[in-house]
Structures are given as structure tokens and as C-alpha cells.
Design a protein. Structure first.
Length: 316
């Protein structure tokens, strides 16, 4: 889920199993509606002919993830092991299975390996009416993906997507299967992952926050629960950042969390930060992993005032 990390070798086995179905005219393969739930894009899908199931579109997920409840409903075998990790401090048990078909709109993935994680804490404490898993790299690695925030749709294309004159292009790197861009945070040059599974606007990872003195630098809510991920709650200091340069745009007043995590993905990274959906929804975005670019331009939310929304029922 948020900033999810699963074994890279497992992720690449997912990509080897992809199959394209129902290609449309003019390069458009699918145009899928999404809803924001807890600042994450959620799409409906079918799996092995059943559904609907509801998946987060998560660029931090190297594959497809489902819950044990989905696996039981589909009556598919799961092989469990220990050592799974995500944004929380703790490692957890996870499993692997195979799905004969995952269909998102008219896009279909065949014979796909899937990770199996218990997402019940995330679902209940973050207010998801349904949460059956997530899909990430398999959706993005072969296609041009246009997240049209103004229309609440995700257009999947095999070709070029028309963009307006005010769009900016940013070079895209990869940390394994997770996209990375250059950023300047409060004047400090670094790199940031771009994680649509992150509910916040900007997350400073623990090493970067420590190294650059962000704890107590600005008036903040100190060491509070800011979310939940695989492995438990995510604690951080929350404050308003005066200056952020990313995606070719200078932004001010960005609500930021400086991670207080001692384990998991937020401490085991070379990047300085994570750009989450709280910020990304300010832009319409065309993702092109093949050409290693992100093209972005302002959405209807661009000038919205940023704010921190605490997780439901989270003790502070």
C-alpha cells in the first residue's frame, strides 16, 4: 500500500505475465473512471471473472496486491511467508498467488502473480468502504497513462497523449519499479519517489529529515500518527513547508510530514522524500515510463489550500 515494497524479483515476475486485450482505436486501450478515497485513486476491476473489486492505483506497488479475503472468495491457493514490509515499522506475513485474469476497464492482465497482504487495518482506520488491494507497475510499465484529475479518469494508451501548451515535462528515473524525480525541498536539492499510494502531499523520509534538521524547524504537530501502511501506523511531524520545486513548478504552503519511523520503507531509501496524491491531484499527469518522462499541468485543484487530515480513529 502506501510506499509499498515487495521483493523486486517477485515484481519482475508479474511483468513477464502481462497480456494485452481489447486494444482500442488511435492507441487508446482503456478509459477507466476512478474515485478518490483517503486521497488515493481507487478503480473497480474484476478478477478471474468475479467482482467488482476495488484497487488503489499505486505507483509504489511493484505488482498486483490482493487481500486474503479476495483470495478466499476466488478459491485460489496462497503460499505464505514472513518478511513483508511497507511504510510501517514492522515486518508482516504475506503470501503469493496467481490470478488467471485481472481486468480494469477494457484492459486485461493474464496469468498474473499477485502478492497477498492483510489490509484490514488500512481499510478500517483510513475509512475505505472497500479495499481489495492495489495495482502499480504492471499498469504503468508498458503503457502511457494519463491521469485526468479534471475528469476523474485514467486513460491507458499505447501511443502519444495530447497535452496543453502550459504542460511541463520532467525526467523520470526509477528506483526498481518506483518512479523518481528531481526535487528541491526548502531549497535543498534531492530526489523524490512519486507514490500515488501515499495519502499525503509530501513525506520527508527519516534520514533526509534528520540530516537536514526538519524536526522542530517549523511549527508542527510532533510525532503523531499520519497514516497506516503495511507494517502498522506511520508517525511523523506535520508542518507547512514554505517552498517546494517539483514537476517543473514552484509550490508554497505544502503540508508536509517528516517521518519519525524507525523501520520500513521510510528509513530504507536513498531518496529524500515521497510526492503523494495530496500534491499530485493538483496536476493532470501523463506518465510515460518507456520514454522516462512525466508531463504535468494544473488541474482544478491546483490552487486549493493544502491541509492535513488525520486518519480516522487514530490516537495522537
Amino acid at each position: 500500500m502506501t510506499s509499498m515494497r515487495i521483493l523486486r524479483a517477485f515484481a519482475m515476475s508479474v511483468c513477464a505475465c502481462l497480456a494485452l486485450a481489447n486494444a482500442g482505436e488511435a492507441g487508446v486501450i482503456a478509459d477507466v473512471p476512478f474515485n478518490y478515497v483517503d486521497n488515493r485513486m481507487v478503480v473497480a476491476c474484476t478478477m478471474d471473472g468475479q467482482g467488482p473489486f476495488y484497487l488503489i492505483v499505486d505507483t509504489g506497488d511493484p505488482g498486483v496486491t490482493i487481500t486474503p479475503e479476495v483470495a478466499r472468495k476466488l478459491a485460489i491457493p496462497v503460499r505464505y511467508r514472513s518478511g513483508g514490509s511497507g511504510a510501517g515499522n514492522n515486518t508482516v506475513r504475506f503470501g503469493t498467488t496467481k490470478l488467471a485474469d485481472v481486468s480494469v476497464g477494457s484492459l486485461s492482465f493474464k496469468n498474473t502473480e499477485a502478492a497477498v497482504f492483510d489490509l484490514s487495518e488500512i481499510r478500517t482506520k483510513l475509512g475505505f468502504p472497500h479495499l481489495d488491494g492495489s495495482i502499480g507497475y504492471p499498469l504503468f510499465e508498458r503503457y502511457v497513462i494519463f491521469v485526468n484529475v479534471d475528469r476523474s479518469t485514467i486513460l491507458v494508451s499505447s501511443g502519444r497523449v495530447k497535452t496543453p501548451a502550459n504542460a511541463t515535462m520532467t525526467s523520470l528515473g526509477m528506483n526498481g519499479t518506483t518512479p523518481v524525480v528531481a526535487a528541491k525541498i526548502d531549497g535543498i536539492t534531492t530526489t523524490a519517489i512519486v507514490d500515488t499510494g501515499d495519502r499525503s502531499s509530501l513525506t520527508l523520509f527519516t534520514p533526509f529529515a534528520k540530516r537536514n534538521g526538519f524536526y522542530g524547524k517549523y511549527p508542527s504537530k510532533a510525532n503523531i500518527i499520519t497514516g497506516y501502511g503495511i507494517g502498522g501506523p506511520v508517525r511523523a511531524d506535520v508542518f507547512t513547508l514554505p517552498s517546494l520545486d517539483v514537476l517543473g513548478t514552484h509550490l508554497t504552503g505544502i503540508v508536509t510530514r517528516a517521518s519519525r519511523q524507525t523501520g520500513g520503507a521510510f528509513v530504507e531509501t536513498a531518496q529524500g522524500a515521497s510526492i503523494g496524491t495530496g500534491l499530485l491531484k493538483r496536476f493532470n499527469v501523463v506518465w510515460n515510463y518507456r520514454n522516462k518522462t512525466i508531463v504535468a499541468w494544473p488541474s482544478k485543484y491546483f490552487n486549493a489550500t493544502d491541509s492535513f487530515v488525520a486518519p480516522k480513529s487514530a490516537p495522537q
